[in-house]
Ligand binder design. Structure first.
Ligand code: COA
Length: 166
């Protein structure tokens, strides 16, 4: 029998999340292997608070939610990227890179983007490839007993984006 693999292109879109999406957001967190380099959020209360304080977007492949990206507008000039997650089976395809580029493009007039990540998180390479620089290390930053690095991208006019957040 002849076998072949069908190649299906991803069709990525970004949609703002609401409380109706909390179950989906938790499901995405649960799909990740547990590690000390990332504090996953598994409860409805945590997500309610997160939704109240952040702009949260679901990343979808057609209608299938495959990740999330979140940020806080500290001001129109200063954006804090508070979260980025991609389901393991979709990782390594540039989805997180493009989602973050989408935020940088949306706020192309901002002068500062920053975020916090664990020093051993492989995402560090992703952020550095986008031009983020390590500013400082903070111990127990999220209260999980683990250190975080604060990274910032400053004085930028933003690269051209692939994702759209309009
Ligand atoms: C971090 C994360 C969102 C990256 O998603 P992704 O869509 O796979 O990222 P990309 O495909 O855009 O990766 C870009 C680069 O980041 C680096 N990278 C990201 N995740 C990596 C991983 N798990 N292992 C090794 N390298 C990784 C690689 O350098 C990669 O470039 P390459 O593919 O050319 O080698 C995903 O791994 C994830 O959900 N991790 C768990 C949650 C988490 O830690 N989030 C970050 C919190 S600060």
């Amino acid at each position: 029998m002849e076998r072949f693999e069908a190649y299906e292109k991803l069709v990525i879109s970004i949609e703002e999340a609401s409380e109706a999406d909390i179950e989906v957001l938790i499901d995405i967190e649960k799909s990740l292997p547990q590690t000390n380099t990332y504090s996953a959020m598994y409860t409805e209360d945590e997500w309610k608070q997160e939704l109240a304080e952040n702009k949260i977007y679901l990343i979808k492949d057609r209608e299938v939610p495959i990740g999330s990206v979140a940020y806080v507008e500290r001001s129109l000039e200063h954006i804090y990227i508070s979260g980025i997650v991609v389901r393991p089976e979709y990782q390594g395809k540039g989805i997180a890179t493009n989602a973050i580029k989408g935020v940088l493009e949306k706020y192309r007039n901002a002068t500062r983007f920053d975020l916090a990540t664990h020093p051993d998180n492989p995402a560090l390479k992703l952020y550095e490839s986008l031009g983020f620089k390590v500013e400082e290390r903070k111990e127990n930053y999220f209260g999980d007993g683990e250190p975080r690095l604060i990274l910032a991208l400053t004085n930028t006019h933003g690269p051209s984006a692939v994702s759209s957040f309009e």
